[in-house]
Design a protein around this ligand. Sequence first.
Ligand code: NAP
Length: 246
Amino acid sequence: MADNRVALITGAGRGIGAQIALTLAAEHTDIAVVDYSEQAAAQETLDALAAAGVTARYYKCDVSDFSATKATVDQIVKDFGKIDILVNNAGITADKLIMRMEEADWDRVLSINLKGCFNMVKHVTPYMMRKRYGRIVSISSVVGMMGNAGQANYAASKAGIIGLTKTVAKEFGSRNITANAVAPGFIKTAMTDALTEEQKQAMYKLIPLGCLGETKDIANAVKFLVSDDARYITGVVLKVDGGMYI
Ligand code: NAP
């Protein structure tokens, strides 16, 4: 039997990232979970991955830290021998109207959400190039395409991911490395649980399918984009949003 593929997934300890990890594990993919908190916070996900019969290891790393991401990527390659799949999923919000948004709110969100993707791409692609194979999926947001009052920093970071993805697709395509983005709409997770009831009601009105998405809807899109069925797809933004942004 061929070796399992290896996926580095940022923010895989919980939420959408954990579901992506479990979904890829079901496809016989070993998982490097990269997260900001201590390992204990991701233990439930690590146990579920072990129960799925794949190798899963935890790496504590702040994706916004350039040298820490290099050290983490190098360690993952030492431990697993390769990285076939990179999923840039880690992300945060710090929502405020621009009138009240501080410089630190802007810098923090851009550093984690956008620079974090660059850091990972920068350090993972040399290994992928040597293997002449790589699948990169970055989690953007429909907010990056439509804008959203109170989310200037977040929307800019998610729009930036789209520009980064298209550029990565062009720079690395000749090495059989694809880069695509998934743009979730309104997905039920801790991030959206934090929204006020008023914000949620306003969002529901914008969704033709009339309901929230689930983490598995995003994970299935990622599963497709890293599969052989998507071998000729690169540079796309796949919206998974119930029609929220058409
Ligand atoms: P979540 O539940 O808040 O999880 C975010 C994950 O990112 C956590 O595992 C967190 O790690 C990790 N993380 C945060 N800062 C980090 C850092 N500096 N370095 C490394 N890891 C870090 O969020 P989610 O709802 O699953 O969202 C996942 C992705 O989907 C995000 O990029 C988000 O913007 C995007 N998205 C979500 C929605 C939605 O409706 N939920 C919609 C559109 C896009 P710790 O647990 O260790 O803090």
